[in-house]
Design a protein around this ligand. Structure first.
Ligand SMILES: Nc1ncnc2c1ncn2[C@@H]1O[C@H](COP(=O)(O)OP(=O)(O)O)[C@@H](O)[C@H]1O
Ligand SMILES: [Mg+2]
Length: 378
């Protein structure tokens, strides 16, 4: 793109400012039916090398009963954002600004004691490695009953019965016998089911799943995904599902937020992200996704380059350095969140009225066309 266009875009601040305001208003409107609302969250870590700017202004709403997926490469700030929601950040972390609203209060203003009442009972989290969440030397049944005791007054006998019920609910057969076994006596998938049972013990309203299937075999992965989506529906949970793998979220997410270098660069419904991606990073992620029925003639594209060092976050659009079609302005000025629909937003200068039109990679366009035709057929 020529310098003229760059200058026009850069001078066109009126348009940009209007766009930003529209986004903010939309956020306020959707907040009313949201169970959780994260606003302009910043998280940094002090390290020997300097300050790591891990999360740089993340905003999103989680609606009652929905599954919101947060997708992005390793290091993009997905875990740090969710740990902030859980109040589980490490000691070297600081939150220079931001708000996390849940049930009428800003979680970031709570005392440790107040937060611990919410953690586990209102908001629960499942991590990638079940072995790290479970105590290796405690029987699994006891671990679930401990969670029940933590989350409220319950008699021992009732707790045991409820723990066995939870084990059944997460698909563990022979629960009465397996109640008395240790984590090492379970397979990886079964262990993750125990972790899910523990997370459900307090009957939370929000469940955060951080790469819950990444450590599992593909076939087990599918079973655990089914289980989470089943539980989500049965209990009307609001779920944040974190993954680096876009392929995993297709069947389970209502909406998808794409994260890059500590920011959400695109957010929309599942259909909007898969069929109408706008940010160059989302487009590259989709193009790099393996296609189930590839006939071999298409080439699998991987995203060249590496994410930026968060000690020195770049100016402008952080993805510009890896985007072979980046505009000059991408290196200079941060793009605002442009609205595409009431539910779809993306932070890319390509959405500016004066930006050049870019085509999707042909293989991705072909796949989208095919998927659209198939969904029309039903
Ligand atoms: N305790 C910590 N100290 C310093 N840097 C950290 C710490 N935890 C996370 N980070 C950095 O924050 C960034 C985001 O990490 P994370 O949220 O774990 O990424 P992911 O998207 O893979 O979950 C990374 O650059 C990571 O190195
Ligand atoms: Mg992570």
């Amino acid at each position: 793109m020529g310098n003229n266009t760059v200058n026009t875009i850069m001078k066109d601040n009126m348009t940009t400012n209007n766009v930003v305001n529209t986004t903010t208003n939309t956020v306020t409107n959707t907040q009313r039916n949201s169970i959780l609302s994260v606003k302009d969250l910043h998280v940094s870590f002090s390290t020997y090398g300097g300050t790591v700017n891990a999360v740089r202004g993340v905003s999103f709403d989680l609606k009652h009963g929905e599954t919101l997926a947060i997708v992005g490469e390793s290091g993009s700030g997905k875990s740090v954002s969710s740990k902030a929601v859980m109040g589980l950040l490490s000691k070297n972390a600081s939150i220079p600004s931001g708000e996390i609203h849940y049930d009428g209060s800003n979680l970031l203003k709570l005392t440790d004691k107040e937060f611990s009442k919410i953690r586990g009972s209102k908001i629960s989290m499942i991590f990638q490695d079940p072995m790290l969440s479970l105590n290796p030397v405690m029987k699994v049944g006891k671990q679930i009953t401990e969670m029940l005791f933590l989350s409220g007054k319950i008699k021992k006998k009732d707790a045991i019965a409820k723990a066995a019920q939870l084990m059944k609910a997460v698909g563990i057969e022979d629960a009465e016998k397996r109640f008395h076994q240790y984590p090492f006596q379970f397979s990886g998938g079964m262990r993750q089911r125990i972790v899910i049972a523990c997370a459900l013990a307090g009957e939370p309203e929000i469940l955060i799943c951080d790469e819950p299937t990444t450590a599992l075999d593909v076939s087990v992965q599918a079973q655990i995904l089914d289980l989470i989506s089943d539980i989500q529906k049965k209990r009307n949970l609001s779920v944040i599902f974190i993954t680096h793998d876009l392929g995993v979220v297709a069947g389970i997410a209502d909406r998808i937020a794409v994260m890059y270098a500590g920011k959400i660069v695109e957010i929309g419904t599942c259909d909007e992200i898969f069929y109408d991606p706008r940010h160059p990073y989302t487009i590259k992620l989709l193009a790099a996704m393996p296609d189930m029925d590839m006939d071999g003639s298409e080439e699998l594209i991987s995203i060249p380059g590496a994410p930026p060092d968060m000690l020195y976050p770049p100016k402008g659009d952080a993805f510009a350095a890896r985007n072979d079609q980046a505009l000059k302005i991408d290196f200079e000025k941060e793009p605002p969140m442009f609205p595409i629909s009431e539910t779809h937003f993306a932070a890319t200068w390509l959405l500016h009225p004066y930006a050049p039109k870019v085509e999707l990679p042909p293989s991705l366009q072909k796949r989208i066309n095919k998927a659209k035709t198939e969904s029309k057929k039903g």
